[in-house]
Design a protein around this ligand. Sequence first.
Ligand code: NI
Length: 137
Amino acid sequence: MNKTAIIRCEHFNAAHRLHNKNWSDEKNHAIFGKCNNPNYHGHNYDLEVKIIGVCDLETGYVIDAKILSDLIKDKILDRFDHKNLNLDTEEFSSLNPTAENIAMVIYNILKPELESSLELKIKLYETSRNYVEYPCL
Ligand code: NI
């Protein structure tokens, strides 16, 4: 039976600073540019959570959209929305909060919450022109 994807679009705002503590200030600035600003800066993140699976014969759902929405709210938005990712979250206390790493962290939080038969893909827009996908095979 063919699989179907259901995609839930969400949004959160968060501040971050990209910084590698093993590098000099000059190197950090050269590599991360404005995203290395010591006083942090914000992004309006657009998040797409894609769930892929076979439709349940009884419900016709891959996953109930309400259950998916509640899961993203409880596990992701409540944790990251209006937060300083570096200072306010355990996940990024030592991990650089790049879009790549944020997408990976979101995947790792949500995956264990889903039935193992369901595939999960995360798309995260840091700006309207830059986005990442995880996992990308
Ligand atoms: Ni940035």
